[in-house]
Design a protein around this ligand. Sequence first.
Ligand code: GLU
Ligand code: ZN
Length: 288
Amino acid sequence: MHSNQNLLGRFAPSPTGPLHMGSLIAAVASYCDIKQKGGRWHVRIDDLDPPRTAVNACTSILQTLEAHGLISDLPIIYQSQRITAYRDALNQLMSYAFFCTCSRKQLEHFPVYPGTCRNNKERLENTSIRLSVGEQKLACHDLVLGTQEHELGKVFGDFVIQRKDGLTSYNLATAVDDAQEITHVIRGQDLYPTTPIQLLIMQRLKLSPPTYGHIPVLTYGDGRKLSKQTLAPAIDNGLATSNLIKVFTYLGMPVPNTDEWTVEQLLQWGIGNWDLSKVPSKLRPYSA
Ligand code: GLU
Ligand code: ZN
């Protein structure tokens, strides 16, 4: 494997709780994918939303990653420390943006934002900032899902880039952080719908997008996604090797049977055998 320092993958958990099997799958997939290409892997903590940030979740996430041999090759980035970068981006986007005074209640019956405040170019109290999407069509090229064209106006409407409480939206922060240096984003298909929005932001900021691959998400037998809301159990760091073996099995790469795997050997095996095309289009349902 030759090193290719220009390639950079990432795993970007929100510190809302400990990692579960679904998040570990995304972490391992992004890690093996970029390492196989000789690139580097970066951990970013998406901690922009203090009300949703769980105490100790950050430490717990980083401990779990470390226990599974998943070490960031670059200093960990915290979105909460990148406010200036997001403000600069917001300023650059203002010519396409407007101030929205609509309440959640006013919007609840509209499938997409109806454009009510599109002409509000002056900042008012207690407003969010939305980006006008206009008639734009955008093609997403995805290593797993292929190319799909999205009509942003019909599917999303003008979307929020800064919330009423002044916080940068997930999509703006993620677009700024994933553009340019990150070359490969391998993440769960639950995040696929955000991709056209993030691509539009990158396009308007004249930033080059990464390559995307959205892998299927881990669900219970009844189809619900593993998440904090569905009470997905936290990863047990004491079972790191068997967790990794499970992860590779879910990903369609069953690990040869031996008792002697170490975490490091498993990751090396995973890097060597990584093949995005082997990932099943639907993962086997989760079982504890
Ligand atoms: N922080 C987001 C989450 O945990 C995911 C970010 C991303 O991979 O784009 O849901
Ligand atoms: Zn509005």
